[in-house]
Design a protein around this ligand. Structure first.
Ligand code: FES
Ligand code: FES
Length: 182
């Protein structure tokens, strides 16, 4: 059975007909022609399909489009317009400056994931390697992003070309301010 849903994709309302099995990734790429999210593995293992869904990073191959009727989807194509000043998002600019891509296939997912993880760190969300956990009485203190934090938080995004060193360098430059000593 098919359903008509509306997604807000990179600032535009887009209506699309999907069945219950259509992934968000396929709805974007195959139905709406939004090809910025890439299909790498289609199994939640590579991160190439990462988008920002209502501001949180999401593997679009692992969620059904039908579950997101009315939701906001931001892809790497629209991230500068939606979250920057209308030009390139600072993360995209940093990727260019640090030469953080080779073939570029993983890059849209890396960019979306980076924007999401910067927000998570800025909001004080710890990662597996965060050893200075914020006491419950002071939530929201940004977690400083050293290289270990960046690697851990970006570990869901694979790059076959091995541009990792430059990706870390790019994100080092966009990291939030260090956490204040308590
Ligand atoms: S295509 Fe979604 S994680 Fe690989
Ligand atoms: S730049 Fe080629 S896969 Fe990442």
């Amino acid at each position: 059975m098919e359903h008509r849903i509306t997604l807000r994709v990179d600032g535009s309302e887009r209506s699309v007909t999907v069945d219950a099995r259509t992934t968000l990734l396929d709805a974007l790429r195959e139905r709406l022609g939004v090809t910025s999210p890439k299909k790498g593995c289609d199994h939640g293992q590579c991160g190439a399909c990462t988008v920002l869904l209502d501001g949180r990073r999401q593997l679009s191959c692992l969620t059904f489009a039908l579950a997101h009727d009315g939701d906001q989807v931001i892809t790497a194509e629209g991230v500068g317009e939606a979250l920057g000043d209308g030009g390139l998002h600072p993360v995209q600019q940093a990727f260019i400056e640090q030469d953080a891509f080779q073939c570029g296939y993983c890059t849209p997912g890396q960019v979306c994931s980076a924007v999401g993880m910067l927000d998570e760190a800025a909001a004080g969300h710890p990662s597996h390697v965060t050893d200075d956990l914020v006491p419950p009485e002071t939530p929201g203190v940004p977690v400083p992003l050293d290289d270990d934090e960046i690697r851990e938080r970006m570990s869901g995004n694979l790059c076959r070309c091995g541009a990792y060193v430059n990706i870390v360098a790019a994100l080092r430059g966009t990291a939030v301010a260090p956490r204040e000593a308590s």
